[in-house]
Every structure is written in structure tokens, then in C-alpha cells.
Design a protein around this ligand. Structure first.
Ligand code: HGY
Ligand code: MN
Ligand code: MN
Length: 416
């Protein structure tokens, strides 16, 4: 095929939409979203469906020891591929595009390339990684972290879920404890298509985000131990109220983010009280704190200020506060060549584009440890995500998938 004809290749939006909608049926929840927490039966159903599409295309399918799945074309090629992909696990109130767009656009790209017969200097691969969300098994991006050698396989398999299950046992239970060794041999390059999950592209009416990197992230679980007591008889001065202390932390992190200013963000997403009863002063509170900033130093400042506040709060309220780190990743910069290629391809296709960092974590930030990596963003309507109302317009899905197609083709047909 001549360069001109390669440049004319286009993905099929109806095929991509059909797969997005079919996958969204699995773990479907009210409002058109999905709940496929990592390694649950719904995740298994999603995995089986995506693997069946990979198989229908004739890809070589490799499942590794942490359950990551990679489909490669041509199947007989074993040299380092130009890889794309993302995740198909979701949060409990997930939408139908977070992660799944990257995996299914990758499948759509491979189908388009296979049908065209274009000669490849490097094989192409599409992957979905285990437990990107981290909601059930922390940290997030766990599968791609093990894939990239950032966490040992043993440590990954030993992670306990918020519901008490063991990751390694769940992997066996759903049939995705694969033979391929971790860490994997690095791909030649990695490019991921993802919804922005934020308000920037929509606010500026920009279609394609050329993502510059991912901000730093810190997840801490705090276990606050107070003293259960009678809600009616216990004078306020005698209370060691874990529920009150948890609420104090939640309002502190809000003040902390305001005080540090953008782009600092802070979230208490999980609060579990025990015994969680109307007439009992809470004995125990388990809460999580999510702190993020594009500046590694400032992530550290936010953590230190949180921990100092916890020490003062424990003293003041007569409670103890134990800390456990659930995730800690420094900010990551993507490869300048990949970022520039995303911009070049978007402009060549007459699409508006701008550079921006990612507020959310992604598998690409782990692949960036081992190969040139980058991301393509498309707008999120009203900036909403991790919510069944998550939405990206068809025209933007098509634009993003076509940019992904031509970025991957450029990398895979370049002998370097
Ligand atoms: O938490 C995150 O940023 C991602 O959705 N796992
Ligand atoms: Mn995601
Ligand atoms: Mn997500």
C-alpha cells in the first residue's frame, strides 16, 4: 500500500459503537453505566467477550501471570509490538467509556489494519490490563504496574480486596491466571486512547487532547480507633468519637486543597463506620484520602500536612489513627515524539488539539516506565466520569479512534 492509501484508512464507527454497547451490557447498572469491579464475575464476562473479539480477528492472545491480556497481529510475530490498550474493569458507578474506549478502539484499529493488508515494520498489539481502577484491589493500575516491573508479581497476587478476597485467588477463580511471565518484555511503544474524564476539552471546544503526562497520586487508608459509647448518656466531653474524627479529616482535606490551590485535589471517597448505628458513638472509622498534584514536591507537602493534622486530631479527640499507603505514584511525563505525533496527526485530520496533563491515572503511566508512551484524549460531556452519565459524542469517539489509528500506523510502519 502506498503512504497515500494508508493515510486514507478510517475506522468504522458503527463497529466500534456496537462493541462499546455490547460490552456495556455486562455489569450494566441504572443510568446506562457499568459496574465491573476487577476480577468479579462481571469482569470475567467482559474479559471473555473482548477475548472472543480478539480471537475472531485472528490475533495471538497472551494472558500473563497477573491476568493482563494482549492480542498481537500478525500472530506469528514475536518482536516488540507497537501497543495500544487500556482497561475494562470499572468503578462501581462506572460509565461505558472509561477504559473500554481504549481497548475497543484498539481492537477496531487492528481490524482496520488487518483488513487493509498494510505492511507493518513492527507488530501491533492491543491489551487490557488487570485492575486499572484500584477500587477493589489497591493500588490502581496494578496490572500494568506488574507488567512494567514496578510491583513484584508476588506482591500483586497477595493484595487483599476491600471485600477481603485475595487477588491471586480471584484471578484463578475467573480463569485468568495466565502463563506469560511478568514483568513482560517492553513493547516498542505504547499509545492509549481515553476519555478526558474532566472539563477542559469540552470547555475549550477542542476535540483531541495530546496528553503530556499524568499527575502524581497518593492514596492513604486511615483507621481511626475511638470508643463506642451510648449516644444518649455520654457527655460530649467524654467522647472518643471515630465518626466525628473521620468527618474532621474529610473537611480538613477540602480546606487543604483550597489552601494549596489548583491543581491540588483531595478526596475522601470511602468512609466506613463501626458499628454504624444511629445510637452508638462510632468505635472505628476506616477512611481513604486521595491526594493528587502535577508537582511531586507538592504531593509530598499535602501528605505531610494531612499526617500532621491526623496527629493533632488524635491528641485532641483521644483516638488513635493508623495509616496505610494504598498507592503512591510520582507524576509521569509522556514521550515528546509521541505527543508531537498526536498533535501532527490531529492537525492533519483538521481536528482541534491542545496539550494537557491527565488528572486521572492510566495504564500508560506505567508503560511509560519501559517504552515511549503517550495518550490521546477525547472530550467528556460536562466533564463527568466515574458516573453512569459519562458520555462522549460519537463524532469525538470517531475522531479519537482515527487519530489513534494513524498514530499507531505511523509508529508501526516506521522501521526505527
Ligand atoms: O484513580 C484513577 O485515577 C483511575 O481512574 N484509576
Ligand atoms: Mn480509565
Ligand atoms: Mn477510571
Amino acid at each position: 500500500m502506498t503512504r497515500a492509501t494508508v493515510d486514507d484508512l478510517e475506522i468504522s464507527l458503527p463497529r466500534l459503537r456496537a462493541r462499546l454497547d455490547a460490552l456495556a451490557e455486562l455489569g450494566a447498572i441504572e443510568g446506562g453505566g457499568c459496574a465491573r469491579l476487577a476480577l468479579t464475575d462481571d469482569d470475567r464476562l467482559g474479559r471473555d467477550l473482548v477475548v472472543s473479539w480478539m480471537r475472531d480477528l485472528g490475533l495471538r492472545i497472551d494472558v500473563d501471570e497477573i491476568g493482563n491480556v494482549v492480542g498481537t497481529w500478525p500472530p506469528e510475530r514475536t518482536d516488540a509490538p507497537v501497543m495500544t490498550g487500556s482497561h475494562i474493569d470499572t468503578v462501581a458507578t462506572g460509565g461505558r467509556f472509561d477504559g473500554t474506549l481504549g481497548v475497543l478502539a484498539g481492537i477496531e484499529v487492528l481490524e482496520t489494519v488487518i483488513t487493509s493488508g498494510v505492511e507493518l515494520a513492527h507488530p501491533l498489539a492491543v491489551a487490557f490490563f488487570t485492575d486499572e481502577e484500584g477500587s477493589r484491589f489497591a493500588p490502581d493500575m496494578l496490572g500494568s504496574l506488574v507488567f512494567a516491573g514496578g510491583m513484584s508479581l508476588e506482591d500483586g497476587l497477595a493484595v487483599r480486596a476491600v471485600d477481603g478476597a485475595l487477588l491471586g485467588e480471584e484471578l484463578i477463580r475467573i480463569g485468568y491466571a495466565g502463563p506469560q511471565p511478568c514483568p513482560a518484555r517492553p513493547p516498542h511503544a505504547y499509545v492509549e486512547l481515553h476519555i478526558e474524564q474532566g472539563p477542559v476539552l469540552e470547555a475549550e471546544a477542542v476535540t483531541i487532547g495530546a496528553v503530556t503526562g499524568v499527575q502524581g497520586i497518593s492514596w492513604t487508608e486511615l483507621t481511626i480507633i475511638g470508643q463506642s459509647n451510648h449516644a444518649g448518656t455520654t457527655p460530649m466531653s467524654m467522647r472518643h468519637d471515630a465518626g466525628y474524627a473521620a468527618a474532621e479529616v474529610a473537611s480538613f482535606v477540602r480546606r487543604l486543597a483550597a489552601d494549596m490551590g489548583s491543581p491540588q485535589v483531595a478526596t475522601v471517597g470511602r468512609i466506613e463506620l463501626h458499628p454504624n448505628l444511629v445510637n452508638v458513638v462510632a468505635a472505628r472509622a476506616t477512611i481513604t484520602v486521595d491526594l493528587r498534584n502535577t508537582d511531586e514536591e507538592l504531593v509530598g507537602v499535602a501528605e505531610r500536612r494531612l499526617f500532621e493534622f491526623c496527629d493533632e486530631l488524635a491528641e485532641r479527640e483521644g483516638v488513635s489513627i493508623e495509616r496505610r499507603s494504598l498507592a503512591r505514584f510520582a507524576p509521569v511525563d509522556f514521550d515528546e515524539r509521541v505527543i508531537a505525533l498526536v498533535e501532527e496527526i490531529a492537525r492533519a485530520r483538521g481536528l482541534s488539539t491542545r496539550r494537557l496533563p491527565s488528572g486521572a491515572g492510566h495504564d500508560a503511566q506505567m508503560l511509560a516506565r519501559v517504552c515511549p508512551a503517550g495518550m490521546v484524549f477525547v472530550p467528556s460531556v460536562r466533564g463527568i466520569s466515574h458516573n453512569p452519565a459519562e458520555l462522549t459524542a460519537d463524532a469525538d469517539l470517531e475522531a479519537g479512534a482515527n487519530v489513534l489509528l494513524h498514530v499507531l500506523l505511523r509508529l508501526a510502519t516506521d522501521e526505527r
